[in-house]
Write a protein that binds this ligand. Structure first.
Ligand code: G16
Length: 544
């Protein structure tokens, strides 16, 4: 029987809802879980083709990350653990939206265009977050993989970054590590312990961290790695999924957008806390001061801390490596100024979506990339890793240079270079703070954020908004950018932009200005312009 007959027969068990069209968004498909069964089956098919096309193992992660519990989604992982190449996103959309009777033709078109040899072996690694819908949806992925003759390995409940990691380990034949959660735990914890051996005067109190697990997979996986960390970290876990719903008033996205502590966390003033998101690929830090004021340390502050640390080590080591920080339009203006003017590192601006940031970061020996929402990591070129390794092992190198190279080596090993990773980022940050003997208040004071506000507006069709210049300017609908420009002029030190979300059915609005009142007013004024010029639905946005 031809593989297409199997696919055709099996696809009838995963029918497409009539008229439903879903685009491939910022991080794959995302929607209400009830709309996704056919998408999952078809992404199983696509993963087989991508595996045959790259002659490597491909990953499929069933998750909707920061979205509410009722949603679900799918992220596809390429051979080196990066997100699926943007050149294949069109195929994913084509396959996902083909009507039932056109599915085989859509499949054949991809096979023909990419000259895929269907006789090659195909391997797919699969994982899911803690959403209940994930059980059935990942079965649909497996059906898709087997219908086209591929082999799947189901990792069950894992964080998104753990699956990215496993895919890279598999395709590098173990050079990056052992392709399992246990392998991940051992590699990261060993590197963390090595790195924190350089923290000479760190007390148990200073080691304490409160973690909001967003009631998701990050909480489960943090518990697992915790036993490997021994006495090097002292973690109290909140929102572990035993009481409340996933991402409900907690998690990194909630904390960043609302600029307040998650529900369910108990922290004394001055203590350090952090929040993961629903699939543990984002992290933000925070504390409250003695007046109970909340202070957020987001992706920009994290990128700054890591860049300071790495730059100091580079200087001490004497290694001549290029380094850059990649941000998006959401980066706070003060962070960009600090990185460029004070720390004197190259700063680049990318479109939203880690896939774009990663590509830019890979152009440097050391690329630190972070979205303000806490999604990011560091990538090292092969040559940078080799030079660090050689220096660390060089018997003729001086002690300071060698020590710095060894710390760089441990940093490379604690970092999950495949994608932003809340657990790995947390370990790196905790190690840096311990080594530098730095409090969260001192970290926060490195620069002062411009007050800012992020809000969402519902419109009938968010595709009417098109942007350019790394999403900093709107080119359509007509008149919107001119309206934003004139509103921005009314406020001091102000900046604002709008963009359609690629994970939720909303338009996102960002505003920053000299005061919080001004940032709030600007965000509201721009939201009204979007509502009026881009087809807002429901009630007009109200002042904040
Ligand atoms: C995903 C992407 C991020 C992006 C976020 C929000 O994160 O991986 O790069 O910043 O969506 O995207 P948008 O503003 O287009 O909705 P996650 O953590 O939700 O997978």
């Amino acid at each position: 029987m031809s593989p297409f007959e199997d696919v055709y027969k099996e696809s009838k068990f995963h029918p497409k809802l009539e008229g439903l069209l879903l685009p491939y968004g910022t991080a794959g498909f995302r929607s209400n879980a009830n709309h996704l069964d056919h998408i999952m089956f078809r992404m199983g098919l696509l993963a087989v083709l991508r595996s045959q096309n790259t002659k490597a193992t491909i990953g499929v992660m069933v998750t909707a990350s920061h979205n509410p519990e009722e949603d679900n989604g799918v992220k596809i992982i390429d051979p080196m653990g990066e997100m699926m190449s943007t050149s294949w996103e069109g195929y994913a959309t084509q396959l996902a939206n083909a009507e039932q009777e056109d599915l085989i033709d859509a499949l054949k078109e991809i096979i023909e265009k990419e000259a895929i040899d269907l006789s090659l072996e195909a391997k797919v690694f699969l994982g899911k977050d803690t959403r209940k819908s994930g059980v059935k949806l990942s079965e649909a992925v497996i059906s898709g993989v087997s219908a086209l003759g591929g082999h799947s390995k189901d990792f069950g409940l894992v964080t998104t970054p753990q699956l990215h990691y496993a895919v890279r380990c598999q395709n590098t034949k173990g050079k990056y590590g052992e392709p399992s959660v246990e392998g991940y735990n051992k590699k990261l914890s060993a590197a963390f312990i090595q790195l924190t051996n350089n923290a000479f005067n760190c007390t148990d109190d200073q080691k304490h961290l409160s973690v909001d697990g967003a009631n998701g997979i990050g909480a489960l996986k943090l518990r697992e790695i915790e036993c490997h960390l021994k006495k090097s970290a002292h973690i109290t876990l909140f929102n572990d999924g035993s009481k409340r719903k996933l991402n409900d008033q907690c998690g990194a996205d909630f904390v960043k957008v609302h600029q307040k502590a998650p529900i369910g966390i108990e922290m004394n003033p001055g203590e350090r806390g952090c929040s993961f998101d629903g699939d543990a690929d984002r992290i933000v830090y925070y504390y409250t001061d003695s007046q109970r004021r909340f202070h957020l340390l987001d992706g920009d502050k994290i990128a700054t801390l890591i860049s300071i640390f790495l730059k100091e080590l580079l200087t001490q080591s004497g290694l001549n490596l290029t380094m850059a920080v990649v941000q998006t339009a959401y980066a706070n203006g003060s962070s960009t100024d600090y990185l460029r003017d004070t720390l004197k590192v190259t700063v680049q601006c990318s479109k939203t979506g880690v896939k774009y940031l990663q590509q830019m970061a890979q152009k440097f020996d050391i690329g630190v990339y972070f979205e303000a929402n806490g999604h990011g990591t560091v990538v090292f070129s092969k040559s940078a890793e080799d030079q660090i390794h050689q220096l660390a092992e060089d018997p003729s190198a001086n002690d300071e240079a060698k020590r710095a190279a060894r710390m760089l080596q441990s940093s490379v090993n604690v970092i999950n270079q495949t994608i932003g990773d809340a657990i790995s980022d947390m370990l790196l940050i905790e190690a840096i703070l311990a080594i530098k003997g730095m409090t969260i208040q001192q970290w926060h004071a490195i620069y002062t954020d411009l007050p800012n506000r992020q809000i969402k507006v519902k419109v009938a069709d968010r595709r009417v908004i098109d942007t350019t210049d790394a999403e900093r300017r709107a080119v359509s609908p007509a008149g919107l950018q001119e309206a934003i420009d004139s509103l921005v002029k009314r406020h001091k030190k102000a900046r604002s932009f709008v963009r359609p979300s690629g994970t939720e059915d909303v338009v996102r609005i960002y505003a920053e200005a000299e005061t919080q009142e001004s940032a709030d007013a600007l965000a509201h004024e721009v939201s009204l312009a979007v509502y009026r010029l881009a087809g807002g639905v429901g009630d007009e946005p109200k002042p904040l």
